[in-house]
Ligand binder design. Structure first.
Ligand SMILES: Cc1cc2nc3c(=O)[nH]c(=O)nc-3n(C[C@H](O)[C@H](O)[C@H](O)COP(=O)(O)OP(=O)(O)OC[C@H]3O[C@@H](n4cnc5c(N)ncnc54)[C@H](O)[C@@H]3O)c2cc1C
Length: 575
């Protein structure tokens, strides 16, 4: 079928839904998602959303601004960060009015708790800035936004997998998608298209990310000549459940949990004397890995303990119920009584599709926009998180920039014609699918190749990196690419052909792994989540700039965009 809408939104996470609410005030909006809308990864967000409400103690947007800049290791664009932090209070009140049931203080105000890198007085001491609903914050916001967008007549296409986002002569025409239930291909012509397709943590073996976080749309745009910004910066969250990668929110440390090594020491006191366990994630992850490397893991193994016993049963049951239940179900430990074994887990992509503060996708480092194309949420790089995101700033980013993209889309729709995806473009997509399905020979299995890819990235491109490790990646990726050609998809049917879709997702993951690892090799300094053992220091003289990776035939070319510094000059990052 062919559909015509003013705006197509890919993704029904918080970014997509917030944009849909805004854009549907003025135009017709369709939201496509490869999942059921409320299964988007946003629903897994636990700990909170940041905003300097000052409900528990004095706080200010300026301190939030400073913390975010410092957290980003001075790579975040300060104009964008200021926009986000200044809009945070309004955003949270708006969410409350849209129906989000935030946890409350005894006087009935929105409760707030501590989180990593959130401080008062420019780093003097931790501050309570995270608004939350127990440890299901993403879930409650997602449901509130889903309900609101339905009341506004947004048309949902659940379980529609986007296969292509055609850009012709610099204009995005819309989207080509497969209806998973039938296998039918549908064409969506639009004036404007917003990509809000979330993260790509599935590039790594151990991750907190949902199975669907495969970065399809980033990869599609990368192949279409759109650059990807700052792909070398991938955040490892310090506390994944050992052996599983399932997240234990930083809110657990915000509530008073502490990290302990094999000698029973609170080792974060050594690495971040002022804010200790509430240091930013890049620092805490490196500290854990260092403790383990130097032989201070628990029982000589490769994990440390997160100890919540000091918090007490009441707070754990009231404010961290999901975490407690994960521990009991998945590892058979009751956190009220025993410490939790944890290890860093791949968590959040700071890099992504370059945009301006209004969600317009940039075609190059000079700031030229692609007509009709927008991006918001984790897939986008505004860049408010720079080299390292602070906890609770992603949910804030999705709703602040989702709304702004929606407003910009309303303006753009007045001047843009509806795109038309021609039949030749659709034919190309169909031909590729046919080739994949018609193949009857081949010995490789997609699952095994995915495992190889994820292990490769985990071993050579995770918390610590170096030239030798990174140099091992391209050959291995080439091998995986070759082997991918030899995968024989057993399911030849049309309906619910998840085997076919998994192969397509794996191709995207390989494509992104190339962008991540080559950008990591290219950046010869350590900054935020990108820690090079062979280049241990931050190098502001040469590297106060964003990487723009561009796909040129089989190579990746690098261009650079300077960091926007408005208020805070780079300084030593001590906590
Ligand atoms: C376990 C966990 C806990 C977290 N906790 C917090 C927290 O407490 N605070 C915080 O600030 N951040 C947190 N984060 C980060 C934050 O939740 C995410 O960055 C954010 O929710 C991403 O939202 P999004 O709207 O960009 O995308 P998502 O919510 O990931 O949604 C992506 C959407 O895109 C769709 N999609 C993708 N590809 C396709 C395709 N090919 N075709 C069609 N549809 C497609 C998906 O179906 C989905 O609807 C957490 C993340 C995780 C993984």
């Amino acid at each position: 079928m062919t559909y015509n809408f003013d705006t197509i939104i890919i993704g029904s996470g918080l970014a997509g839904l917030r944009a849909a609410i805004e854009a549907s005030k003025q135009g017709s909006v369709a939201v496509l998602t490869k999942l059921y809308p409320t299964r988007s990864h946003s629903t897994a967000a636990q700990g909170g959303i940041s905003g300097a409400l000052g409900n528990e103690e004095p706080d200010s947007p300026m301190w939030h601004f400073y913390d975010t800049v410092k957290g980003s290791d001075f790579l975040g664009d300060q104009d964008a960060i200021e926009v986000m932090c200044n809009d945070a209070i309004r955003t949270i009140i708006e969410l409350e009015h849209l129906g989000v049931p935030f946890s409350r203080t005894t006087e009935g105000k929105i409760a707030q708790r501590r989180f990593g890198g959130h401080t008062r007085d420019f780093g003097a001491a931790p501050v309570q800035r995270a608004c939350f609903c127990a440890d299901r914050t993403g879930h409650v916001i997602l449901f509130a936004l889903f309900e609101q967008s339905q009341t506004q007549g947004v048309k949902f296409f659940p379980e529609f997998h986007v296969l292509d986002i055609p850009i012709i002569d610099g204009k995005c025409m819309g989207v080509i998608a497969m209806e998973i239930q039938t296998g039918d291909i549908h064409v969506f012509n639009a004036k404007t298209t917003l990509v809000a397709s979330g993260g790509y943590g599935r590039v790594f073996k151990t991750t907190s990310n949902a199975i669907a976080s495969t970065g399809d749309c980033l990869s599609i745009l990368f192949n279409a000549g759109v650059p990807l910004e700052d792909m070398e910066f991938f955040q490892f969250h310090p506390t994944g459940l050992y052996g599983l990668g399932i997240l234990v929110t930083e809110g657990a440390r915000g509530e008073g949990g502490v990290l302990i090594n094999g000698k029973g020491e609170r080792f974060m006191e050594k690495y971040a004397p002022t804010i200790k366990d509430l240091a930013p994630r890049d620092m805490v992850s490196r500290s854990i890995m260092t403790e383990i490397k130097e032989g201070r893991g628990v029982d000589g193994k490769d994990y440390v303990h997160l100890d919540l016993r000091g918090i007490g049963r009441k707070t754990i049951e009231e404010r961290l119920p999901e975490i407690a239940s994960f521990c009991r179900i998945y590892i058979g430990i009751d956190p009220v009584e025993a410490p939790i074994p944890v290890l860093p887990t791949a968590h959040y992509a700071m890099g992504g599709i370059p945009t301006d503060v209004n969600g317009r996708v940039l075609h190059n480092e000079k700031g030229t926009a692609v007509e009709g194309l927008f991006a918001a949420g984790e897939c986008a790089c505004v860049s408010v998180h720079g080299a390292n995101r602070l906890g609770c700033n992603s949910l804030l980013d999705t709703v602040v920039f989702g709304r702004r993209a929606g407003m910009e889309i309303n303006l753009a729709n007045k001047n843009i014609k509806t795109g038309r995806i021609h039949s030749e473009v659709v034919e190309k997509v169909l031909k590729k699918l046919k080739q994949l399905l018609e193949k009857t020979e081949g010995t490789q299995r997609a699952g095994e190749l995915r495992d190889k890819l994820q292990t490769l990235m985990m071993n050579h491109c995770s918390v610590f990196r170096n030239k030798d490790d990174l140099n091992r990646i391209p050959n291995q990726l080439d091998k995986i690419k070759e082997q991918l050609k030899d995968v024989n998809i057993k399911d030849k049917g049309k309906k619910f052909n998840t085997e076919l879709l998994e192969v397509i997702e794996l191709r995207h993951l390989v494509n992104l792994a190339e962008a991540i690892s080559s950008s990591a090799l290219n950046r010869t300094e350590s900054r935020g989540a990108h820690s090079r053992e062979d280049f241990p220091g931050r190098n502001d003289t040469e590297w106060m700039k964003h990487t723009f990776a561009l796909k040129k035939d089989s190579n990746i070319e690098f261009r650079y965009k300077p960091v926007t510094v408005t208020k805070f000059q780079p300084e030593d990052r001590k906590y």
